[in-house]
Design a binder for this molecule. Structure first.
Ligand SMILES: Nc1ncnc2c1ncn2[C@@H]1O[C@H](COP(=O)(O)OP(=O)(O)OP(=O)(O)O)[C@@H](O)[C@H]1O
Ligand SMILES: O=C(O)C1=C[C@@H](O)[C@@H](O)[C@H](O)C1
Ligand SMILES: [Mg+2]
Length: 168
């Protein structure tokens, strides 16, 4: 089985996509993001999946995308912010190198703004992010083999810490 060199988890705005692309470049490996895989599978953007079929259907596609990517992607893999909600996904992460990009409310709100492209944050992003962070912190921590704090830091600085972590 081919394992990702690093799986990134964290809340919306933690930088999984931004840091993941830079990290893959620094390591000279490919980058994959389950949010993009789901959009390719569904043939439409995530907000449209939420509108047309609902969140439960999105989560079903997400479980399939996570399982497929963990089994086949050798590079850097970013998971969607809510992937850790499913017990099946948390179990699938056991044995992988999983970096939790942590972010607290102030920076998360600044980064996601009015939540464009993020259907769960379409209404009242600050209150919703607070709820999501409180609900998910323990789940991100449960699956993580390392935690990297991103608050007040530039993506390049976060990437450098992860590269050092991976090189042991
Ligand atoms: N460490 C950082 N410092 C400042 N801005 C950042 C940092 N990381 C990401 N950003 C910015 O925050 C925004 C959100 O980042 P990004 O899309 O990478 O988050 P994400 O974790 O992939 O979110 P989602 O779960 O919604 O996919 C982007 O505009 C990005 O440029
Ligand atoms: O936090 C979440 O539940 C989500 C985060 C995004 O990455 C997408 O997976 C989707 O918008 C749901
Ligand atoms: Mg992303």
């Amino acid at each position: 089985m081919t394992k990702p060199v690093c799986v990134l988890v964290g809340a919306p705005g933690s930088g999984k996509t931004t840091v993941g692309e830079l990290l893959a470049g620094a390591l000279g490996v490919g980058f994959r993001d389950t949010d993009h895989d789901i959009e390719a599978m569904a043939g439409k953007p995530i907000p449209e999946i939420f509108v047309d079929e609902g969140e439960a259907h999105f989560r079903t596609l997400e479980r399939a995308a996570v399982a497929a990517a963990l089994a086949s992607h050798p590079g850097v893999l970013a998971l969607g912010g809510g992937a850790v909600l499913a017990e099946e996904n948390r179990a699938a992460l056991v044995g992988h190198t999983v970096v939790y990009l942590s972010v607290e409310l102030t920076d998360a709100v600044k980064r996601v703004g009015l939540g464009a492209g993020r259907p769960l944050l379409a209404i009242n992003p600050r209150a919703t992010l607070k709820y999501l962070l409180d609900q998910r912190r323990p789940l991100y921590a449960e699956v993580a083999t390392a935690t990297v704090v991103t608050d007040g830091r530039e993506p390049d600085d976060v990437v450098a810490e992860i590269v050092a972590l991976l090189r042991g």
